[in-house]
Design a protein around this ligand. Structure first.
Ligand code: 4AD
Ligand code: MG
Length: 455
């Protein structure tokens, strides 16, 4: 007999004519005189299916002692529910227990804090909150591929082990087979040169855009920065589109279109999970998402953003000055209080940005952009790339990077160079935005952050 999902049964438009089979885990058990009521969840949706087990079942004695967390399968008849709250319930003909649970099962009925649940990350997908988060994560990953595939972008797999530091920030994890001793002695390493876990697939992505026109990457990236914030992880996923024959304007337009598409998809395809977040995580969530989906985003040149911050009369923890990076508190002021909508800040000072960004005519800014989202701050970072060989060479030299290591990247400018642009969307930042979950550790199945690589 084929298994039905709890979701398909709860959404049934009519009672099936034959018995059905479900498999899942017990959320709760309640007993009355001649019956046990079991709530069974199989992860297919937030809701559980109520199973009615009556005393005539051969193993009723066992069923009547089942604890939360036990796994079982139930064959039975789907009938209109007697009680309120759900349309259908399953009257069991047979219940087979797969795995019982002892008394020390950590997920008891009372609510647990996300902090506690992080310490049992192998069990937390069984909770309402994390089941919902990881269903949305899966849906969003699929929607991202759909967004690009529908627009003719080619999906490129860029390497995870790399020798180049895309962001030039030196925040890379070394990948080596050498012992510390061998390293000191200068023994050649596995790949013949120092290698690292990638911080971004952009540079490799650019080579493919300079052949296939529009491409995207979607994969894990790693940063060895010692940030202990709720928005930084050491391992996270990034989506990086790159478009040939495209300028900063086209780049910003794609980022905005993509965010609106993903928000709209989440609202349509994950409505039940989002309603749950709206009730238990963030009461403003649905209002904010509808606003973002329906209204145009703001755009601000960096110089104007700095003027706004200086004129705000706010005392920020980090001082505001032209030429300094915007801090999270500044970003949040701009998007949450000044613009009251997502805002793309563009044309940043060239001295705070990586070598690959295109120099503007003014000589002091580059064609960079950051898309800031309310409640999160930076969610997208991108730029038009420097396509002029001589300017790019000058940038590398100025930032102390070797032209030899980047010779393949310079070749793209020597042979048929084109204006091109792209951006990186932090997948987890997007998930925080669509779920309202405020800590990045709670949208990653097994988070890696400084000091912690559990499971
Ligand atoms: O702004 P970033 O560093 O840009 C790049 O890596 C470019 N190479 C992208 C490109 O133009 N192709 O990172 C892009 C995005 C950020 O806006 C943020 O959403 C996310 O990646 N991000 C992080 N997410 C979680 N944890 C971290 N430590 C992150 N660092 C960046
Ligand atoms: Mg950035």
């Amino acid at each position: 007999m084929a298994r039905s999902s709890v979701l398909s049964l709860l959404n049934a438009s009519a009672a099936p004519t034959a018995p059905v089979l479900i498999q899942g885990w017990v959320r709760t058990r309640r007993d009355s005189k001649a019956f046990s009521f079991l709530e069974i969840n199989d992860g297919s949706c937030l809701r559980s299916l109520q199973v009615v087990a009556d005393a005539s079942l051969t193993n009723y004695a066992e069923v009547a002692h089942l604890r939360t967390g036990s796994s079982l399968e139930v064959e039975g008849d789907l009938v209109p529910s007697q009680g309120g709250g759900q349309a259908w319930e399953l009257v069991a003909r047979r219940i087979t227990l797969h795995g019982a649970t002892p008394e020390d099962y950590p997920l008891q009925k009372k609510g647990h804090t996300p902090e506690f649940l992080r310490s049992i990350a192998h069990l937390r997908p069984r909770t309402n909150l994390f089941g919902a988060v990881f269903r949305v994560r899966s849906r969003m990953a699929y929607a991202i591929h759909r967004f690009f595939q529908e627009r003719g972008f080619v999906y490129v797999h860029t390497p995870i082990v790399t020798a180049s530091d895309c962001e030039g920030a030196g925040e890379m994890f070394r990948v080596t087979t050498l012992s510390p001793e061998e390293m000191k002695q200068g023994v050649p390493d596995f790949f013949g040169k120092p290698t690292y876990l990638t911080v971004s697939g952009q540079l490799e992505g650019e080579t493919f855009a300079c052949a296939l026109s529009n491409i995207y990457t979607f994969g894990p990236t790693f940063r060895a920065e010692n940030s202990h914030t709720s928005r930084h992880a050491s391992e996270f996923w990034m989506i990086e589109p790159e478009m040939a024959f495209c300028n900063l304007e086209g780049d910003m337009a794609l980022a905005e279109e993509m965010i609106q598409y993903l928000v709209s998809t989440a609202m349509e395809e994950c409505a039940e999970d989002l309603a749950f977040f709206n009730k238990f995580v963030d009461k403003e969530l649905l209002t904010r998402l509808a606003f973002v989906r329906d209204r145009p985003f703001a755009r601000l040149p960096y110089t104007e953003a700095v003027e706004i911050l200086l004129a705000s009369g706010r005392s920020f923890e980090y001082p505001v000055a032209w030429g300094q990076n915007l801090q999270a508190e500044h970003e949040r002021y701009l998007t949450e209080e000044h613009c009251r909508c997502p805002v793309t800040v563009f044309d940043y000072p060239k001295d705070i940005k990586p070598f690959y960004m295109r120099a503007n005519e003014d000589g002091r800014t580059v064609a960079a952009m950051d898309l800031l989202a309310p409640g999160i701050g930076e969610i997208v970072g991108g730029s038009q790339r420097e396509e002029r060989l001589d300017v790019l060479r000058g940038n590398l030299a100025r930032q102390g990077l070797s032209g030899e290591a980047y010779s393949w990247y310079l070749d793209l400018r020597r042979y048929g160079t084109v204006p091109h642009a792209g951006f990186g969307l932090g997948f987890e930042r997007l998930l925080m935005f669509v779920t309202g979950v405020s800590n990045i550790r709670d949208v990653i199945p097994f988070p890696r952050v400084p000091g912690s690589a559990e499971f």
